[in-house]
Ligand binder design. Structure first.
Ligand code: SME
Length: 151
């Protein structure tokens, strides 16, 4: 990914400057979608009870507005409290289809210490679109969002 350290710095500053949590989440989503061409669908799910509830997103309307913790790649990442990268979603039995064009996915938990607050979920129309730079970028953004969500 090009300009990845610049993306972190810009998104970090923008998220910190937003006046409230909801606008901070929305700003992060819109900046990620605008800056990285491979990011076809970008959304944030927030953990409410034992469900991941869809918050701000950019891309096609998702049928998955509330995902139980045990389901999907989203549910797996929240349960494992770890980033999951799937190179080929059609080969992963956990995958909950959102769009027929989606080929790969990354899900990054938003953590406050050991507690899952939510996650960043990104789909790409390109197979194996996500690598270490995406993981580092999104884990940095997730850390900034965690600070806003837990403040
Ligand atoms: N694919 C996700 C569901 C959410 S959509 O991608 C927006 C999953 O398997 O958890």
């Amino acid at each position: 990914m090009e300009n990845f350290t610049e993306h972190i710095a810009s998104i970090d500053a923008a998220v910190a400057a937003e006046p409230d949590v909801q606008s901070a989440l929305d700003r992060a989503v819109s900046m990620l979608k605008a800056r990285v061409p491979d990011y076809t669908w970008v959304g944030i799910y927030l953990l409410q009870g034992d469900e991941l509830v869809l918050g701000p997103y950019r891309g096609k309307t998702s049928p998955h507005t509330a995902i139980p913790l045990g389901r999907g790649i989203c549910g797996a990442a929240a349960t494992e409290k770890a980033t999951i990268i799937v190179d080929d979603v059609n080969a992963d039995p956990r995958y909950l289809a959102c769009s027929l064009e989606t080929k790969s996915e990354i899900v990054v938990p938003i953590m406050d210490g050991d507690r899952v607050l939510g996650e960043i979920d990104i789909d790409s129309d390109r197979p194996a679109a996500f690598g270490n730079a995406d993981r580092q970028l999104l884990e940095a953004v997730a850390a900034r969002l965690a600070r806003r969500l837990s403040a």
